[in-house]
Design a protein around this ligand. Structure first.
Ligand SMILES: Cc1cc2nc3c(=O)[nH]c(=O)nc-3n(C[C@H](O)[C@H](O)[C@H](O)COP(=O)(O)O)c2cc1C
Length: 354
């Protein structure tokens, strides 16, 4: 059931409920603010087995907006450390904390969602974006600079140093952001990757950059340090990554020591036709799970505790992540425990709640 423990690499996670990574667009120069402190502290005592910290940029140009969190200088690192220590200090159920390491590629240099989500205009201090090929996300967006081999090597090094810092900070797990149209996804997808060199063309070449990033991180982490990737189950486009390509990518990740994948979808094209609705991505996790022994996490419009529990019972996935459900109810796990008749530890200060 969702309350049974699970192991990811060397990490014992107390239950299978995950707070999905959620950008708060509230940092200053990559540094977390008081908003993050309250956000992460309340998720700290949510009793979720794993709390994922938002997409965190490995270099400044890899931020989505001016207000995204980074892990690329000492100030950012100290703010991450402070906030994780605070969140852990109020986590009675020993929730684990993971960080999602990210690079936005051609989807960087944009406004925050509540400011319009478009490319930054000239007077909003935009920066030059990068991508495997000079193809903008949509017509009105910045045309990204095609990455040279030296850029590829630089970004690889940034992911390695970010990972080493994440371990030093005290994160229990690292997730590489490989979906939602960000840099690694841009390489994997034939829609955004038209390169003629060894990083473009057939699937083997398109997979090369994300797999190299993964291997180079893996090589420098302590043995069995929990390391996974958020991936694209489908792009919901005829000419994009489909479930078969996603499965092939997962098999390669497994070969190089990946511990888990979280199966999401879309994000690399402006308006794919996504059949959204409750559990709309569970079938993608189910398909992947049939082809791998790795831990498989699902996500997407999961809100009901009994139905979430059934995902695990039916073996569609091994873990269930939720984003918006935790925004509207950070006590989701406490309520689910009641519904499913399971005992969890609640902070004594709040034990008398109705
Ligand atoms: C406010 C917000 C911020 C998000 N930020 C991230 C992020 O940093 N990284 C990521 O992989 N997905 C991000 N997502 C996507 C969620 O992790 C999740 O996959 C998506 O919202 C679907 O799950 P849900 O239906 O439970 O909300 C974000 C979603 C929301 C609502």
């Amino acid at each position: 059931m969702i309350f049974s423990p699970i192991k990811i690499g060397s990490l014992d996670v107390s239950n299978r409920i995950v707070v999905a990574p959620m950008c708060q667009y509230s940092a200053n120069n990559g540094v977390m603010t008081d908003w993050h402190t309250q956000h992460l502290m309340q998720l700290g005592y949510s009793a979720a087995g794993l709390v994922m910290v938002e997409a965190t940029a490995v270099e400044e140009v890899g931020r989505i907006t001016h207000n995204c969190v980074g892990i690329y200088n000492e100030k950012c690192i100290q703010s991450l450390k402070k906030n994780i220590q605070l969140a852990k200090s109020v986590a009675p159920n020993q929730s684990c904390f993971g960080i999602q390491l990210a690079h936005a590629g051609r989807k960087a240099s944009t406004q925050r969602p509540w400011e319009g989500r478009s490319s930054l205009t000239k007077d909003e201090n935009p920066w030059k974006t990068i991508c495997p090929s000079p193809i903008p996300f949509q017509e009105t967006w910045h045309v990204p600079q095609e990455m040279k081999l030296s850029d590829i090597e630089r970004v690889k090094k940034k992911f390695i140093s970010a990972s080493l810092k994440a371990v030093e900070i005290g994160f229990d797990l690292i997730e590489i952001h490989g979906t939602h149209g960000y840099l690694l996804h841009q390489f994997l997808s034939p829609i955004s990757n038209k390169r003629k060199d060894k990083y473009g063309g057939n699937l083997e070449n398109r997979m090369r950059f994300p797999l190299e990033i993964f291997s180079s991180i893996k090589d420098c982490l302590p043995k069995d340090f929990p390391l996974g990737m958020r991936i694209t189950g489908t792009e919901w486009e005829n000419n994009g990554i489909d479930e078969n390509e996603a499965t092939m990518f997962v098999k390669e990740l497994e070969k190089i020591g990946c511990h888990y994948v979280c199966v999401s979808s879309g994000g690399n094209t402006p308006s794919p036709k996504i059949p959204t609705g409750p559990h709309y991505q569970v079938h993608l996790a189910n398909k992947i799970k049939k082809h791998t022994k790795m831990v498989v996490r699902t996500v997407g419009m999961i809100t009901d505790p009994i139905k979430a529990n059934n995902i695990i019972i039916n073996q569609d996935a091994d873990m269930v992540a939720m984003a918006r459900a935790f925004l509207s109810n950070p006590r989701w796990v406490w309520d689910a425990a009641k519904v499913l008749n399971h005992n969890i530890e609640v902070p004594p200060q709040y034990a008398r709640r109705i």
